[in-house]
Design a protein. Structure first.
Length: 544
């Protein structure tokens, strides 16, 4: 595996010693970050890891000697553990002992999309600054991109309900033959340091911390929570912008709109068209120089032989092999696994097209061409899908302007003071962008249907995914539903989170388990708003 790390040490070396550099990392590997530190002569750093890795023989000690310290996965209810961990983290930051690397998303992403950030660790990191114990804190967003992911099959099966294998040294050694395969390139991008002191100016009155002794805990105010939440989302957005995409990520976008297969020549044509659109949208693309486009496509097909196959000049998704004959459920499961594997690579690029795609959908579903009507639909989509795609709270207008500007610069839409319209040569682009969001929209519609047709108004969190998956499986077999991504457990949970945020579902604790009460009339209203003007069957064979 080759690694590009050019210029990666500059952000750290440019930070004054009086600052405490804190690294917010997305879904990454501890070994990758440690290797970067060694290769670029950076100072040793401390990495936060989950305690499950500590029990691995040999490797647990390797992690620890590489600078890792381990925490539990769920600590919110244990006040003593939370207090000890908070003090430990604050001491590291306050003394400037070493840079601290942590996952701002809180856990790994099984879909390979960016996750909504968790705020607990960031609160601990920022508290010394709020209390005046350090002059400034610098946050350095790190983006790590993998051309081919080692756990691509494992992650897809986890989304379909297959339990995650236990992480042990023995299991790792047994799987070492997997490393003999080619996994392409890995790109590590160290973003520019973000000064918390600069961001907080004029937004928060830090004088409130002078009224309480520093050694006493203090509950963050509402404005403090909003600031930390906005900062966390901003860091994830910076990470997304620094992600390096490959030709395969764009090919995956096209392939998922052609599940019945696509001619290689047409796939190449559409991928090159999408490349131009992605570059206009600000994407970072790794496209080899002095290599023909056909060779780039051929190399990607060869690298991802576990996901796709090419027969007689036509490209198909690779389904799992297994003993036959298979039942209808097993057949759907195998197809879904193939789709989710391919979708994980599309998801690495989906942030590039999210805002233009939402504008495209909003224009289609709006009652008129008036900007206000289109923005109303856009804001609804942004709110509904804020667990699917990372959006900075309170910036719906900026996101709308970003999406419109990108479409306008690409010649897709025209704008006046009060109206937005699609240009004659932009219709194909609008259709393509709508199709990118189609699996998410259909999946949400199906889960809404399940919640409305379920006889009981209450459901348990532990049984929700299993029951909804059985319901969706029947619809896939009957042909009423087309998108296999509806079976993703992460997507189903995101629907619940969206409804909870939109007050269509309430959550209570019963016997130490989360129980949800569904307001079916509210869910039906949201379902109708999402379905308004949306046509499930989208033709994506339009000439691009």
């Amino acid at each position: 595996m080759r690694m590009d790390s050019h210029g990666s040490s500059k952000p750290f070396r440019s930070i004054p010693s009086s600052c405490c550099p804190i690294t917010g990392a997305t879904w990454t590997s501890l070994f990758c970050l440690t290797s970067c530190s060694l290769m670029t002569s950076l100072s040793p750093s401390l990495q936060l890891e989950f305690a499950t890795l500590m029990g691995m023989k040999l490797f647990g000690e390797v992690f620890r000697r590489s600078g890792a310290f381990f925490i539990r996965r769920a600590i919110g209810s244990d006040k003593l553990y939370w207090a000890v961990l908070s003090e430990y983290v604050r001491t590291i930051v306050r003394t400037g002992y070493a840079p601290l690397e942590f996952y701002i998303e809180g856990l790994r992403s099984r879909t390979l999309k960016s996750l909504t950030p968790k705020l607990g660790m960031l609160h601990m990191v920022l508290e010394p600054f709020f209390k005046g114990e350090v002059f400034d804190i610098s946050l350095v967003p790190i983006s790590i991109s993998y051309e081919r992911v080692l756990e691509e099959s494992l992650l897809a099966h986890e989304l379909l309900g297959v339990p995650k294998p236990k992480e042990t040294t023995g299991a790792l050694l047994k799987a070492r033959t997997v490393l003999k395969e080619n996994y392409g390139c890995m790109h590590v991008f160290f973003g520019n340091p973000v000064s918390v002191r600069d961001l907080v100016k004029g937004k928060i009155n830090l004088g409130q911390y002078n009224l309480v002794p520093r050694d006493l805990p203090m509950k963050p105010s509402k404005e403090m929570q909003e600031f930390v939440s906005g900062l966390a989302h901003m860091i994830v957005r910076l990470q997304e912008r620094n992600v390096v995409l490959s030709a395969w990520n764009l090919m995956a976008v096209v392939l998922l709109q052609n599940l019945q297969g696509i001619d290689l020549d047409l796939l190449t044509h559409k991928t090159l068209w999408l490349r131009r659109l992605a570059l206009r949208c600000g994407a970072h693309l790794r496209w080899p120089e002095n290599v023909s486009d056909s060779e780039v496509m051929s190399s990607s097909l060869s690298l991802h032989h576990s996901v796709i196959r090419c027969e007689r000049g036509r490209v198909y998704l690779m389904e799992e092999e297994g003993p036959g004959p298979v039942t209808q459920e097993e057949g759907v499961f195998r197809q879904a696994a193939a789709v989710l594997m391919c979708a994980s690579y599309r998801n690495q690029a989906v942030h590039v097209f999210t805002r233009p795609a939402m504008v495209a959908v909003a224009m289609t579903t709006a009652a008129s061409h008036r900007t206000d009507d289109i923005f109303h639909n856009f804001a609804f989509l942004l709110e509904l899908f804020s667990n699917e795609f990372v959006v900075i709270p309170g910036q719906a207008v900026q996101d709308f302007e970003e999406g419109c500007s990108l479409l306008q610069e690409s010649g897709v839409i025209g704008r006046s003071d009060e109206e937005i319209h699609v240009r004659d040569n932009g219709q194909e682009t609008i259709i393509f962008l709508r199709a990118i969001l189609q699996p998410f929209i259909e999946s949400y519609q199906v889960v809404f249907r399940y919640l409305c047709e379920e006889s009981s108004q209450t459901l348990r969190e532990k049984t929700f995914s299993t029951n909804s998956r059985s319901f969706i499986m029947k619809l896939l077999i009957s042909g009423e539903v087309q998108s296999y991504e509806c079976l993703s457990s992460d997507l189903q949970k995101n629907v619940l989170s969206a409804l909870l945020r939109m007050d269509a579902v309430t959550k209570t604790k019963v016997d130490d388990q989360n129980e949800f009460r569904v307001n079916k009339s509210a869910v039906k209203k949201i379902w109708d708003m999402l379905s308004n003007g949306w046509t499930r069957q989208i033709s994506v064979d339009a000439r691009l």
